[in-house]
Design a protein around this ligand. Sequence first.
Ligand SMILES: [Zn+2]
Length: 168
Amino acid sequence: MTTVFHDSSSDGIIELTASVVELLASFRQIRWREVERGGLLFANPDYVDRVVIDAASPPHPDDRATRNSLSLNHDRCIAEIRRANQDGRWFVGYWHTHPEKCPRISLSDRVSLDDNLRAGGHQLSALLAVLVGTDQGADGFSAYVIRDDSCQKLREQLEAEQRTGEPF
Ligand SMILES: [Zn+2]
């Protein structure tokens, strides 16, 4: 099932396709021994009315992680962004897991996302962060947009809301 978030500050819609949701959910930190894992998110520019994230990279063996922290390998990020650009996709942000039911962004997440936004090597004015908690339902995913000095939690749209406006 696709997961859709609404960004009220830009009135934008951000959609994770079913295959991306499935990939991310497969790395949930269900067992107590499992460490945080994550990867990159890529959008398909063919959609003009919304940001459609139809590709995500899986965890990489060179990432450094504990149960409560994660540092993605820099070289793999650069290589994946390059490859995605060649495929015609745009890097839009990161996903990672948390060992909590309804994941909330942490201070260290904020710090590293702010660093990434500033340092970059990209032209982004905002970064998307998708967090994957242990809850198997809609509460298990949360999304934030990080801009200059701000971090906004996005509201998840329920299925019924997604249906309104569609032709019957
Ligand atoms: Zn985190």
